[in-house]
Write a protein that binds this ligand. Sequence first.
Ligand code: DOR
Ligand code: ZN
Length: 425
Amino acid sequence: MSLLIKNAVIVNADGEKKASQDILIKGSTIEKIGKDLSADGVKVVDASGKKVLPGFIDLHCHLREPGQEHKETIETGCRAAVKGGFTSLFCMPNTRPPIDNGMIVEGVIKEARRVGLANVYPVGAISKGQNSQEMVDMYEMKAAGCLALSDDGKAVNNSQLMLLALRYADMVGLLLMEHCQDPLISGKGVMNEGLTASVLGMRGDPGVSETVIVGRDIELANYVQARIHLSHISLKRSCELIRFAKSQGVRVTAEACPHHFTLTDEAVKGFDPNTKVNPPLRTADDVEAIKAALADGTLDCVSTDHAPHTLEDKEEGFDHAPFGISGFETAFGLCVTHLVRTKVLTLAGLVDKMCQSPARIAGLKNKGRIEEGADADLVIVDTEAEWEVRKEDFVSKGKNSPFFGWKLHGLVEKTICGGKVVFER
Ligand code: DOR
Ligand code: ZN
């Protein structure tokens, strides 16, 4: 199966090509890029008036399989992902049971291959049962196909275990990712601690629950000279710590999610459980700092933290509802509208955050760039198109979005993964 994309304005992380070109795909590889290409017996896709970007790579999402298929399955999650332009997904291990052994890793990979829509990389747990007590067998996880480990959903609260895990992960060649939130400090907090929480009479989760883990992990990584990736950073203070660590040569990378640079804790005022997320929505000052940190490279990439829940789960009332936002289908629109159109990033800069940087961090050699020889994971987008986020249009089982009714710019028209058209509008 071959594909020829005509009239493509290609945008890579290092810039947008002035003139349009054609992209010839053979099998799952980009074979040739040039002017007026032609080939026999190929499917032709016309990209006139649109832009062609590398497929988005999400370092942080929840697909809920195994065990919580009522919230999402690998199949429904992948459908939502490719609709959002994502072709590579790192799915978190807080499934039931958790992804903490090779057999479950293999099961997820096998099911994702059967679905055949996107590249799915299961992120294994760091500790067995995600209990912060005993480390998983890292060799087994790596052999089964893991590229990264995290206890996401919660932090590794055992510092000694984290120290050992950093050492071992570096030896085995696995990336450790941290969910930065000290559980004993967060306690039963349901939103950001501060004025809004006080006014609403809600239990607050203070920002220091995040920064204490950010600071600890930076120190541990520095001590053992290992890599650490910090997930869904939400605070100005965290950005300051990461910026300082990077200036000192610590091997730290970090990401931000769209809800943390588009919403503040004031969004909780309507008591919409879809604004309940971990880490919580913060202040306007934090939102500005996250954007500045994306712009100056302190934050390396954008991830979704796609966390689907059922309406029934979310209707428990704000106090009891689970944390999480269904994020695949709004991520690109939120980034174009709130980062690119506001000139925080250029479109090429966004491609760095959503494609090239995550590929580099995860060690995906042939992804994140459109060039000859690279994997044929591409997305055709209309950056100008305006659309409204509507619940009826969500294909994820998770309809838990605080963005319904929002008008966004930037629409995914077609997604191509491994040379196959996996989504078209
Ligand atoms: O909001 C969140 N939801 N944050 C997390 O860390 C976990 C996630 C989930 O699994 O629902
Ligand atoms: Zn998390």
